[in-house]
Design a protein around this ligand. Sequence first.
Ligand code: HEC
Ligand code: HEC
Ligand code: HEC
Ligand code: HEC
Ligand code: HEC
Ligand code: HEC
Ligand code: HEC
Ligand code: HEC
Ligand code: HEC
Length: 425
Amino acid sequence: MRKRNRVWKAVTFLPFILFLIIGASMGHAEEARVKESSCVRCHTDLGGVYAEPITGLQESVHAEQEVACHDCHGGDPTSFDEDEAHSTTKDFVGRPSFEEIPEFCARCHSDSNRMKRYNLRTDQLDLYKTSHHGQLLYEKKDPNTATCVSCHGVHEIKSSDNPLSMVFKANIPETCAQCHSDSGRMEKYKTSVDQYDQYVRSAHGKMLLEKGDPRAPTCSDCHGVHSASPPGYKDIAATCEMCHGAIAKLFKESPHYYEQTSEEAARCVDCHGDHNVSHATTVLYDGEDEGHCGSCHEPDSKQARLAQLIKGRVEAGINEVENAQNMLKQVTGSGKNLEKLEEAFETAQSELIKARAATHTLSMDQINEHIGLVIEEGKKVEQASAGIVKELSGRRKGAIFVLTILGVIIALVYVKIRTLEMPRE
Ligand code: HEC
Ligand code: HEC
Ligand code: HEC
Ligand code: HEC
Ligand code: HEC
Ligand code: HEC
Ligand code: HEC
Ligand code: HEC
Ligand code: HEC
């Protein structure tokens, strides 16, 4: 039995051992190419800034794919003579200048043959050229602008799904903020430097950075990854629509949507803000603060009256859901079958969400339709729960009466027994 066990163990480990051997020899081939090139050897000996690229590269996505020093910089990786290793006849590029960097990276990244096997897009340079950043580089040679290495790093570049990457979703705001929160760098453009501070405190920022919820937008979701530019006037609904599709669809029916009006009316960001989007509540219908109805419409106008009408209906719905919830709490755990009530409560809740989304149409008919259902279903829950409470308290009273009678009888019997047991004197 023992022998057979050993044979089996050897058989099951065979693929693993083979895997190790093949892996080691492949690893060795890569090591020879990447780690034992003359570039790495001599630069390791040089130390300091000349050796830093080596440790950076070792941790990068490029090293994983065997991209070596000379794949980017050219030169002769077999020669230990500095001049020969750095020879321009061997296409040595040395350190690319600031303006050369996009093409330097695009040599591989825009080459679809080369990138096919990695399933990577090859449009980064084309998009970059259309971006505000690219225009500043190509038209103005402006050294303040972002190139590939400003957002990705140089030798330590990592894939965007690596949490240590500068372009990992939750790290992107800080990557952009290096420049966009730097008032010295931004001074001459008169562009504000508050996007990051606002974003961090916004509903979106808190979701991503505090709760780690990747459904929230990061800078590049709204601005495009390589085409970074602010969404134009007409693109804003589309930007928000990527994620808030249902609301955007309703909004397009409203007189605020530019296609419904001859004027430039309200856009998503006019009421909610762009970088400072916060939790939306009915306070938006009151007062003249930025984003509130009164910031654009006169206090006594028909629009202001409609605002108060909508607010009243939404709050009636909120109150109804609250009341229904409180009643439902009183009867949970009563042992009664509450399936129907819970169903009605869920309908009330979801109709309230629909009503709040429908406020974007500004159509009282649509809002009333949903609020009507909230109140209908909510009342059902309230009434049925009240019935159960009444029934339960009736039963409780009956039980207390029976228990009291029983108690009195027991007490009487006890007294009687005691008097019988007393010694006769
Ligand atoms: C025999 C030593 C030696 C070898 C081999 C060598 N280098 Fe260098 N390298 C140096 C020294 C010294 C410097 C700094 C002086 C200079 O800028 O020329 C340097 C600088 C550089 C720079 C920076 C240039 C700049 O403009 O700042 C790059 C990039 C570079 N090497 C890449 C490579 C690559 C790629 C290889 C392999 C193909 C390589 N080196 C092989 C010694 C070497
Ligand atoms: C993915 C392409 C890429 C690879 C691979 C790469 N480099 Fe670089 N390297 C660059 C770029 C781009 C710059 C210019 C960065 C800048 O100007 O900010 C640079 C700059 C340098 C510099 C100038 C000093 C510095 O850090 O900015 C040296 C030295 C250097 N590289 C050496 C190496 C060595 C040695 C290797 C191999 C271990 C290597 N590089 C691999 C792209 C690469
Ligand atoms: C010699 C060709 C070559 C050059 C030059 C090059 N890369 Fe790469 N790059 C690759 C390969 C190959 C990969 C690996 C693809 C993979 O594994 O997904 C890669 C991966 C990447 C990734 C990760 C993509 C992902 O999976 O999210 C980024 C980011 C990147 N490169 C940026 C750059 C930047 C910035 C430069 C210029 C400084 C540059 N590359 C220069 C070949 C190159
Ligand atoms: C303004 C910042 C910024 C600049 C400039 C920039 N990138 Fe990116 N890049 C990003 C971000 C952010 C991502 C992550 C996208 C994601 O995960 O959705 C990314 C992703 C990538 C990827 C992974 C594949 C993809 O397209 O999503 C590659 C490759 C890449 N960049 C290469 C480049 C090259 C090459 C350049 C220069 C021509 C460049 N990047 C310039 C921010 C930048
Ligand atoms: C290396 C610095 C640097 C980095 C990193 C950087 N930017 Fe920029 N960006 C600039 C400069 C400089 C401008 C020009 C400012 C201007 O003209 O208003 C600019 C302009 C812009 C604009 C256009 C602003 C306007 O007024 O039209 C947008 C949008 C933008 N950047 C978004 C981003 C995003 C998103 C990121 C991160 C993925 C990012 N940037 C990373 C430097 C940078
Ligand atoms: C929810 C979408 C969204 C997110 C997330 C977002 N932006 Fe914006 N951003 C916008 C919109 C919309 C505008 C244009 C505002 C307008 O035209 O009224 C804008 C404008 C800008 C501008 C131009 C100057 C200005 O303030 O108007 C810069 C620069 C900018 N954003 C950078 C960033 C940076 C950096 C981040 C991440 C920290 C970021 N944005 C995150 C939507 C967004
Ligand atoms: C990448 C997806 C995405 C984009 C783009 C996006 N959002 Fe959001 N947003 C979310 C998610 C996810 C939530 C949280 C879930 C929810 O409450 O709907 C949220 C929450 C909100 C809230 C708070 C809701 C509340 O009261 O709790 C508002 C308001 C909002 N977004 C407005 C906008 C506006 C305006 C834009 C365009 C400038 C925009 N969003 C772009 C994903 C996105
Ligand atoms: C005229 C001002 C205005 C415009 C324009 C506007 N909203 Fe709203 N938004 C509101 C108000 C008011 C509420 C509801 C507050 C409430 O019911 O408590 C709201 C609620 C929301 C909510 C939260 C819904 C929920 O279930 O709590 C989101 C998300 C949202 N809006 C996104 C958008 C998007 C995306 C756009 C553009 C397509 C947009 N809004 C356009 C005023 C506006
Ligand atoms: C950014 C400015 C702005 C904000 C904020 C705003 N509106 Fe408007 N609204 C307009 C403009 C502009 C028009 C089109 C011209 C007009 O009829 O006054 C309009 C049109 C309307 C109309 C249609 C009027 C008609 O004659 O058909 C109603 C109703 C309305 N708004 C209600 C509201 C309510 C309710 C809010 C708050 C939730 C609000 N608005 C917030 C700018 C705004």
